[in-house]
Design a protein. Structure first.
Length: 145
């Protein structure tokens, strides 16, 4: 079963501030940079992102209705900080799948399967692999969830 909604408070107050210290530098922890679909506020939310060729896949352990996912879909993309590189992503697509058939590391696939996570966000790199992208240097507001 995906992570219960009640865990969002713990995540917001404890886990996000801790992972924000290293997200974007130590894979698979990344920092997604997105814009609020109503407030137009810029946010940075720590996530676990997995690259596969020109795609980035994020397991939606809280489901597809979280604010950051809805913001990314509404905007038609986002950027992430991954291994200290700023990567522009477009064409967000919600995917329902068994994690064991997705290109995650073996242990990640098994953990996501055990958690019964079935929703994923797939994004495409705006610049193909090999094209250089700028380092991320700006600070944005932390995401509310």
């Amino acid at each position: 079963m995906p992570v219960p909604a009640a865990m969002t408070k713990v995540n917001r107050r404890i886990i996000n501030p801790v992972t924000s210290k290293f997200a974007g530098r130590i894979p698979p922890f990344s920092m997604v940079e997105h814009v609020g679909r109503k407030s137009h506020t810029h946010y940075r939310t720590p996530i676990m992102a997995f690259r596969s060729g020109n795609y980035v896949i994020v397991a939606l352990t809280y489901g597809p209705s979280t604010d950051w996912v809805r913001n990314v879909i509404a905007a038609g993309g986002c950027s992430i900080e991954y291994r200290q590189n700023h990567i522009e992503l477009v064409d967000p697509e919600l995917v329902q799948s068994d994690p064991r058939v997705l290109p995650f590391p073996w242990l990640v696939r098994e953990i996501l399967h055990a958690m019964q996570v079935k929703h994923f966000l797939m994004l495409t790199r705006a610049l193909p692999l090999g094209a250089s992208e700028p380092k991320s240097r700006h600070r944005l507001a932390r995401s509310p969830g």
